[in-house]
Design a protein around this ligand. Structure first.
Ligand code: GLC
Ligand code: GLC
Length: 650
């Protein structure tokens, strides 16, 4: 909203900060003036009634200006280049990989010498799982941060990270890093001070004198890790108080009703932005606002805070996109892209966790109907925002899509999920998967699934059985899963090791800092000697790597795969086949995937209901031409096979 006194205030501050509003910094000035009214309104929504609200708002403005002033010339140029591309992150030319620096190659320094691996594969966006300081025995894989600005010695130094970023930038590789917004480690300076009785810092967390309020909260709050960390509060002996710990007992939830917390964390966000982060992954945003009597997830204030962050970033560090890591149901996830006037103005990216889980659903059942029942929700994503698409990540697979999607397909939701869990732990007769149940909750019957892409697709068992046929089928499943996630729209994010078929790693069981958390089963330690097999035709690694490389290459070649809200699902003429059409201007790409273990017969009618400009389709993956047949003819798709078909121009 137009706010003259605010504009005047900003003009005064900017003049004092030596900002050249007429020339060099004019774009920044325009952004600041244009967004300031919204920033103020969003801020006021949350902190309007806080006694320190006004003072903190001035501090907020200072933080934004300081972020811009300290941003390097290189990054400012990069911001401009990105802006010239339109919405840069909708591009088909981006493909990502998420990895643990230490498990991938030991250290940040070593990673510099591994950039060839990504260039060869076609990956040009690296998500480094958290590298900032976190206590070794209680790190949650780096998600329990004790210092947001110090790189953990296990990985190297801040200078190593800066040097890596520069090298990546030279090679055209984007950087993605986390801000762990919801909590800190109990070893963070703020938590240490709170433990010593410092009330200022006790107010940075949700701390209570006795367990009565915590008990009240607990009545409505679900448990994230019911096996290893039941409940949502932990008693702190030093100060004899209870603190909210939604995740592990060593991760203390930050109190965002306190504006000082918000501003400190915004400052940390800008610290990462100015390290050259291209995509900022906001960890667990669904949890950042708590209110007694609610589940303390997905609350409206959490969205307001995310919008506020986005608006501030757009002013100071506009080239940095924001990924909200909300792993929530299909209806809730849409809201993270922003709603109403804020459509496409909240998170630029969200994980398509629903589609990810539904891919696993299709692979187990050979049936696409539950997946199709979710699409009317997922298609609501606004233009201008996009997905991270994936098959696996460092976390578990949750089956959090809605019951009606299952029952409308004719299945009983309870039995269906039970089947999926049994299938992926390998106990269902005929299953080839090797996975594990994660966070089983006997009170609710919920459980999620851990396991690597390869093991869940049957490769681990096939290799143990020395069964060549089964190995081939597992590889087909792996590539089917990857291809589906690469072409559906959004930026594909591979998980390290999956490009080479790494199976489960059971060594975590010997480490007391990890053994309570079986997500480590699918977080492999990379063996670079074994990786050399990618150059040896006939090996599993070669087959998976070259096919993955080919798929990424195709994606980069086909502009039609950019995410312009340009996907149409084909009618389900054969329920074993997931099929969609991507369209951009005159360009079309039909993508069809057979999720069953038998050949699938797909009527050409499925294609002909779309306006196709040719009688011949060229398959980019196999290099074959297919003539479109009559309504009585079929395209026959191999078991776990797929085609990427483009009408041949006549
Ligand atoms: C996110 C991370 C997960 C972590 C959790 C708590 O969901 O992806 O690994 O356990 O946040 O920080
Ligand atoms: C972590 C957990 C996942 C949970 C999520 C919430 O990712 O692994 O199961 O849903 O946190 O952000």
């Amino acid at each position: 909203m137009y706010n003259p006194s605010l504009h005047q205030k900003i003009n005064t501050i900017l003049q004092e900060s030596n900002i050249d509003i007429a020339r060099n910094d004019n774009l920044f000035y325009v952004r600041m003036i244009a967004n300031s009214g919204t920033i103020y309104d969003l801020y006021k929504d949350i902190y309007g009634n806080h006694p320190k609200g006004e003072i903190s708002f001035s501090r907020l403005l200072d933080v934004i200006i300081a972020a811009y002033v300290t941003r390097s010339a290189t990054l400012k140029t990069k911001d401009k280049e990105k802006a010239e591309k339109g919405i840069w992150f909708l591009s088909n030319e981006i493909a990502g990989m998420s990895l643990y620096v230490d498990r991938f190659c030991g250290s940040i320094k070593n990673l510099e010498s591994k950039l060839d691996h990504f260039n060869k594969l076609g990956v040009n966006l690296l998500h480094l799982l958290p590298v900032f300081e976190s206590p070794a025995g209680e790190s949650d894989g780096g998600y329990a941060v004790s210092n947001f600005r110090k790189v953990d010695e296990r990985f190297g130094t801040l200078d190593d990270l800066k040097s890596l970023q520069e090298k990546m930038n030279e090679e055209g590789i984007y950087l993605m890093q986390d801000i762990v917004l919801n909590h800190t480690s109990r070893q963070h300076e703020w938590a240490l001070k709170a433990r010593q009785g410092d009330v200022k810092y006790q107010d940075y967390f949700y701390m209570f004198d006795d367990s009565s309020v915590p008990d009240e909260y607990d009545r409505n709050m679900p448990e994230v890790f019911p096996e290893s960390s039941p409940g949502n509060f932990t008693h702190v002996a030093e100060c004899n108080k209870w603190v909210m710990t939604v995740f592990h007992h060593y991760q203390w939830d930050l109190n965002y009703t306190n504006p000082a917390v918000f501003i400190e964390m915004l400052d940390n966000i800008f610290f990462y932005a100015n390290l050259g982060v291209d995509v900022l992954r906001i960890d667990a945003p669904a949890f950042i606002w708590k209110q007694l009597g609610t589940a303390c997830q997905n609350l409206p204030e959490a969205h307001t805070l995310l919008r506020l962050i986005k608006q501030c970033a757009e002013v100071a560090t506009p080239g940095m996109a924001i990924l909200g890591e909300a792993i929530v149901g299909p209806n809730e996830i849409m809201k993270y892209f922003g709603t109403g006037l804020f459509a496409a103005k909240e998170c630029d990216f969200a994980y398509n966790a629903t589609q990810m889980a539904l891919q696993w659903d299709m692979l187990a059942t050979g049936d696409t109907r539950v997946m199709l029942n979710a699409q009317h929700e997922l298609l609501r994503k606004p233009f201008g925002a996009t997905w991270v698409t994936y098959t696996r990540c460092h976390d578990d697979i949750g089956l959090g899509y809605d019951d009606y999607m299952i029952s409308d397909a004719g299945f009983n939701p309870y039995e269906h999920r039970k089947f999926l869990k049994e299938y992926y732990v390998g106990s269902f007769p005929g299953s080839t998967a090797t996975g594990a149940l994660f966070s089983s909750n006997p009170k609710t019957g919920d459980a999620r699934i851990s396991g690597s892409l390869a093991s869940l697709c049957g490769l681990e068992k096939a290799i143990a059985d020395n069964n060549i046929m089964a190995i081939e089928i597992a590889i087909r499943k792996i590539l089917l899963m990857q291809a589906h996630s690469f072409f559906i729209g959004g930026v594909p994010m591979l998980f390290y090791g999956d490009e080479l078929g790494y199976c489960n790693d059971y060594s975590y069981l010997d480490d007391p800092g990890k053994s309570y958390d079986n997500r480590w089963i699918h977080r492999p330690v990379i063996d670079w000697k074994k990786n050399k097999r990618i150059d040896k035709p006939g090996t599993v690694e070669h087959q998976i790597f070259t096919a993955t490389q080919r798929l990424i290459g195709l994606r980069k070649k086909l502009k039609v795969v950019s995410d312009f809200k340009n996907i149409t699902w084909l009618p389900a003429f054969n329920f074993h086949v997931a099929g969609f059409l991507r369209t951009l201007g005159e360009d079309q790409l039909f993508c069809v995937f057979n999720f069953s273990d038998r050949p699938a017969y797909l009527s050409w009618k499925a294609f002909k209901q779309q306006p196709i400009h040719s009688a011949v389709l060229y398959d980019h993956y196999t290099d074959d031409d297919f003539e479109i047949g009559t309504d009585q003819d079929f395209l026959i798709i191999d078991p776990y096979g797929f085609h990427l078909l483009q009408p041949v121009r006549e």
